[in-house]
Design a protein around this ligand. Structure first.
Ligand code: SF4
Ligand code: SF4
Length: 133
């Protein structure tokens, strides 16, 4: 999710409070924070459902804007050399070699954005994409 901090709260230890007092795990993926100005964090949050719900209530009480984010994988298909290196890491069957053509087939509807193919491809043809809901 993307958290948007108003200038009044940008200097408060909000992520620290989330972790210490609301028992959620926070993984910061990107940060755009400046002293005294509005700021943004792109984060992953994990924890028990009730803890996450309480964390959301706390964020809203501090006037922090919350936007859910959807992760998807972008595949730059044209330069693919169909080596198959990405297929073995894709446990969800989104990447398969066509038995007849020996070419890679990508099925985005099966992809769970686990990101394993990003490192597996020697040509770096996969990219993580974040879209705000
Ligand atoms: S992100 Fe994961 S599920 Fe999606 S194509 Fe890559 S390896 Fe397969
Ligand atoms: S690892 Fe990269 S180059 Fe090889 S088949 Fe997969 S996408 Fe194509």
């Amino acid at each position: 999710m993307v958290l948007r901090f108003p200038s009044e709260t940008v200097n408060e230890p909000i992520t620290y409070t989330l972790i210490r007092e609301h028992n959620v795990l926070i993984n910061i993926l990107n940060a755009d924070i400046s002293h005294g100005k509005e700021g943004q964090l792109l984060i992953e949050m994990a924890g028990r459902e009730e803890d996450v719900n309480e964390a959301m209530v706390y964020l809203e009480s501090r006037q922090v804007g919350i936007s859910p984010v959807v992760k998807t994988i972008l595949f730059n298909e044209a330069p693919c050399v169909h080596c198959g290196a990405c297929v073995s890491v894709c446990f969800h069957g989104a990447l398969e070699m066509d038995a007849q053509t020996r070419k890679l087939q990508f099925s985005p509807e099966k992809c769970v954005a686990c990101e394993l193919c990003i490192r597996a491809c020697p040509l770096r043809l996969f990219e993580l994409n974040f879209g705000v809901n």
